[in-house]
Write a new protein. Structure first.
Length: 287
């Protein structure tokens, strides 16, 4: 027995293909503390969404598995809410009704109708969507839809919040606003968060740890960066902060020196070169 909160233990996964099994993840091991904010970063196609889908219970690991509070994850559950990249709201329901559906799923037996109504409104308020709660997805912007998706996830009071590039499609200002509200909400509720991102600044600003994945196939965790910046974190103050910039540079080095982008395959370095690069002997220009 272990008193760990969320454990990914020797997780490997293979998908069947016409030319035989395709190994996407190989021996991923990660222990996450309750209330911890972990970002997953890595080049496109390395297997980040696959990791999240396994924790969500949507994919089953071929070997190894995920344990949440002592119980193996075998299927999706409301204690692990997912926010997808492409805000998966039901198009025929209003923002309010989309959140209400999730609230009913979790609280039908424990909250009264009036309490559920209040809870739906409270969560829409958290993401500043009260003014548009009776609009349907096609009547609101992408940023607003994403906020409703986050409200829906939060309203389930999940122990674990799983987010797959949640702000990827947003403009810079909306993205900054959403990051700030996420920091605020997570500090208040102390959920455990796993967030996939492509954005190095976002990863450093939000995370307690940044998990950096190697390129696939058979991807695994290449390195983990502990971000020990005091909270609350202020994005403007951090822009000039030496420690912040050090963390940022560490992630960039991992992505552009230690792990080549898949598109760079034509000039793929030999194994010996890659080792030299990792040791800092060869200077590779970042893209
Ligand atoms: N259901 C599946 N069947 C077959 N291959 C899959 C499946 N899901 C993901 N993959 C493959 O696994 C690899 C990693 O995908 P993914 O986890 O989506 O990467 P990322 O999120 O890092 O961009 C890709 O090569 C993708 O084609
Ligand atoms: Mg993905």
């Amino acid at each position: 027995m272990s008193n760990e909160h969320l454990m990914l233990s020797q997780v490997s996964i293979e998908f069947p293909t016409p030319s035989g099994p395709f190994k996407v993840l190989d021996n991923v091991n990660l222990n996450i503390k309750e209330g911890e904010f972990v970002s997953l970063i890595g080049h496109s196609g390395c297997g980040k969404s696959t990791v999240l889908n396994i924790v969500a219970g949507l994919y089953e690991a071929t070997t190894g598995g995920v344990i949440l509070d002592g119980k193996e994850v075998t299927e999706p559950g409301p204690e692990r809410a997912v926010v997808f990249q492409n805000h998966s709201l039901l198009p025929w329901l209003t923002a309010y009704e989309n959140v209400e559906l999730a609230v009913k799923q979790v609280f039908k037996k424990t909250k009264s109708k009036a309490e559920m109504d209040e809870w739906v409104k409270h969560n829409l308020e958290l993401v500043h969507m009260s003014h548009a709660m009776h609009k349907r997805p096609d009547e609101i912007s992408g940023g607003m839809k994403q906020r409703v998706g986050i409200a829906r996830a939060l309203a389930m009071e999940p122990k674990v919040l799983l987010m797959d590039e949640p702000f990827g499609a947003l403009d810079a200002l909306t993205r900054a606003h959403m990051q700030d509200s996420l920091i605020e909400i997570q500090a208040r509720l102390n959920n455990t968060v796993i967030m996939i991102t492509h954005d190095v600044d976002e990863a450093v600003l939000l995370s307690d740890r940044i998990v950096m994945m190697t390129n696939g196939p058979a991807a695994t965790i290449g390195d983990i960066l502990k971000v020990e910046l005091p909270r609350p974190r202020n994005r403007v103050a951090l822009a000039d902060d030496a420690q912040y910039n050090h963390y940022r540079a560490e992630v960039l080095k991992f992505l552009y020196e230690r792990q080549h982008r898949p598109e760079d395959k034509t000039e793929k370095k030999s194994e010996a070169d890659v080792t030299s690069i990792a040791k800092g002997k060869i200077n590779v220009k970042a893209a």
